[in-house]
Design a protein around this ligand. Sequence first.
Ligand SMILES: [Ca+2]
Ligand SMILES: [Ca+2]
Ligand SMILES: [Ca+2]
Length: 249
Amino acid sequence: MTWYGNCTVAEQESLQRVVKTAQRIIGAPLSALENIQSQRTLQRAQSSSTWCDDGGIYQFRVPESFKHGAAVGRVRATDRDIGPNAEMFFTIVSGDGMDVFQISTDKLSQEGVVTVNKPLDFERKQSYTVEVQVQNTQVDPRFTSAGSRDVATVRISVEDVDEPPHFDKTWYQLEVKEDAGVGAAVGAVSAVDPDGARSPVKYAIDRRTDLDRIFNVHPGNGSIFLLRPIDREDRAWHNISVIASELSE
Ligand SMILES: [Ca+2]
Ligand SMILES: [Ca+2]
Ligand SMILES: [Ca+2]
């Protein structure tokens, strides 16, 4: 599921080091070296439109059930420097998944870790794109224009998960007169399968919450009715749970 690509970023510092070394060795004036450097920067800028090996695009897949904080994938940028000059950090700078996903930087591996930030729902949106920027944590201000940062596209496909039915309310308050006879309707509950298949739903009373078997529910339509006579003076409130489950083919 995780795709690793090799990307190139921030070779500017190493170039700077080469320039300085060259200056030391050949004693050339800095202006001439800066000229060479800017030419090389230009060449790099022209050739760096492909950030990652795979056309600058990362492709991740994530099940819609993944919650906040779950890792979706990692992006990696390479830097020819070592030590503090190679330290980088990743940010999401744009894209329709900007709020839905976050990126953090793994300090050990220097990789960007894309994680879920907001709930996913395959039935609502199946793919997102984000632009990820990587930059060095320590940047020489003379070289901020090019080479010290780069951007890659990350496409994230949301995968379908078979989800359980959802009730349209988290709780229902129903009323029934104490003189209602056995078989009288008390009310109804309703749950639907959020998946595209819209599998039929079957209802049942959680018998642990109705040990006296006073209520029953129609398995097909969620209507709740009395199985036994009730007496308000004996008991004014009954708290029962209804279980909705999916009928899979
Ligand atoms: Ca869903
Ligand atoms: Ca689903
Ligand atoms: Ca389902």
